[in-house]
Design a protein around this ligand. Structure first.
Ligand SMILES: [Zn+2]
Length: 96
């Protein structure tokens, strides 16, 4: 098992999926390729780190999710909609 799953994308980059324990769904980080926005990834699926932060649904406070992922740990910022806001937890293994 791993905390991230990597897919090749048609633009020559990768899409790195993590399972968000706050939203209960997958969030996808685009790495390389031509797609925007794009993240830096440390290449690890066991202890992934992404920069900058992940901001999902930024214009909708009722579904917004904002986090930093470093070394397999996800830190939720205060503007998340879900109960894990302001919390830092280990990423779950991704099971697809
Ligand atoms: Zn989320």
């Amino acid at each position: 098992m791993a905390k991230a799953k990597v897919f090749e994308t048609s633009d020559g980059g990768k899409s790195v999926w993590i399972e968000c324990p706050g939203c209960g769904i997958v969030h996808a980080f685009k790495v390389g390729g031509s797609a925007q926005p794009k993240w830096d990834w440390n290449g690890s699926v066991d202890k992934p780190t992404f920069n900058p932060s992940m901001l999902v649904n930024k214009d909708d406070p009722k579904s917004r999710c904002h986090s930093f992922i470093r070394h397999g740990i996800i830190q939720f910022l205060p503007d998340c909609h879900h109960e894990l806001k302001n919390s830092t937890v280990e990423l779950p293994d991704i099971d697809l």
